[in-house]
Write a protein that binds this ligand. Structure first.
Ligand SMILES: O=C(O)C[C@@](O)(CF)CCOP(=O)(O)OP(=O)(O)O
Length: 325
């Protein structure tokens, strides 16, 4: 029995970064990672296997997608067609609720929502942990969006045990301010950036050793609700990831001048006694981990430098949600 339901998945921001694969095809990482799912950014997707269409048909934000984008979705749907034997064409409708200027990687919420919708439509009905290994085959960071709050993606030893584990609901005055320095499509994708780094950076071995220790320490800090420790490890881990890129050949940096302005403002606010810590991904945008109760105060300080539409406060997000159609 298949059901056509809309599934919502929220995006996540890594505090302990995923930056490198040990297996490109299966999207298996070189290290485990840990993220915070965000409530403010999400994707809603429905999948329906329909006899009245002749081929997979994919709408994104209401726009019929081209052959290449549709083939990518079809390749992903094979994960659900193979075990069920479903040959019927699929109608896929996906909407990204990522504020237009956000420029946040929607691959995490996009692939997690697609996995959730396909899981229902195919009748496979995998439990969340196993479903996260399917989302992973779409995009590594999507693994973590199956759950809410703080989530660990365990690197595992195979495809079957490289999955997400919920760590903590983060409902203890945790928030994040996303500073959108630039929302345009970045030149170098995370996929390409991490591949080049793994292959050429002399700092990569040091990163692997250090990030494994960071993960152990941040989980202790989360369990003891030690916000300062969580923040310090987050900021350090993100900078070490960017450090590996600077050593790659050719060197890679995603930073723009206003990325540095944002980081300096975070340091200034900390000096004034407001606990906040920055992290960056494969783009110029800066994410500020803070107390939810401080987020508006911090946003107001950023608004002295950035336009308000560049500043988005998010509380912790939940895991996959099945929406009423
Ligand atoms: O999210 C993190 O842990 C850190 C990053 O965002 C970069 F800073 C990596 C995201 O990589 P993703 O887009 O998932 O790559 P894919 O597996 O090649 O699709």
């Amino acid at each position: 029995m298949t059901i056509e339901k809309k599934v919502r998945a929220y995006t996540n921001i890594a505090l302990i970064k995923y930056w490198g694969k040990r297996d490109e095809a299966a999207i298996l990482p070189t290290s485990s990672s840990l993220s915070l799912t965000l409530d403010a950014f999400y994707t809603e997707t429905s999948v329906a296997f329909k006899e009245d269409i002749t081929q997979d048909t994919f709408y994104l934000n209401g726009v019929l997608q081209n052959e290449a984008a549709t083939q990518k979705v079809s390749r992903f749907l094979k994960l659900f067609r193979e075990p069920t034997g479903i040959q019927t064409p699929a109608l896929i409708k996906s909407t990204n609720f990522v504020p237009t200027a956000a420029g946040l990687a929607s691959s995490a919420s996009g692939m997690a929502a697609l996995a959730g919708a396909a899981n229902l439509a195919s009748g496979l009905n995998l439990p969340d942990q196993e479903l996260s290994t399917y989302a992973r085959r779409g995009s590594g960071s999507a693994t973590r969006s199956i759950y809410g709050g703080f989530v660990e993606w365990q690197m595992g030893t195979s495809s079957e045990d490289s999955y997400a584990v919920p760590i903590d609901d983060a409902n203890w005055d945790i928030g994040m301010l996303v500073v959108v320095v630039n929302s345009r499509q970045k030149e170098v994708s995370s996929r390409d950036g991490m591949k080049n780094t793994v292959e050429t950076s002399p700092f990569y071995a040091g990163w692997l050793e250090s990030t494994a220790k960071d993960l152990i320490e941040i989980k202790k800090a989360i369990h003891s609700h030690d916000f300062q420790k969580v923040g310090e490890i987050t900021e350090s881990n993100g900078m070490k990831m960017h450090g590996t890129m600077l050593g790659a050949n050719p060197p890679l940096s995603y930073w723009e001048p206003y990325s540095v302005v944002a980081m300096q403002l975070v340091r200034q606010l900390r000096k004034e006694g407001i606990p906040c810590y920055f992290t960056m991904d494969a783009g110029p945008n800066v994410k500020v981990l803070c107390r939810l109760s401080d987020s508006e105060k911090i946003k107001a300080r950023f608004a002295e430098v950035f336009r308000t539409e560049q500043l988005i406060v998010s509380r912790p997000g939940k895991g996959l949600q099945i929406m009423s159609n």
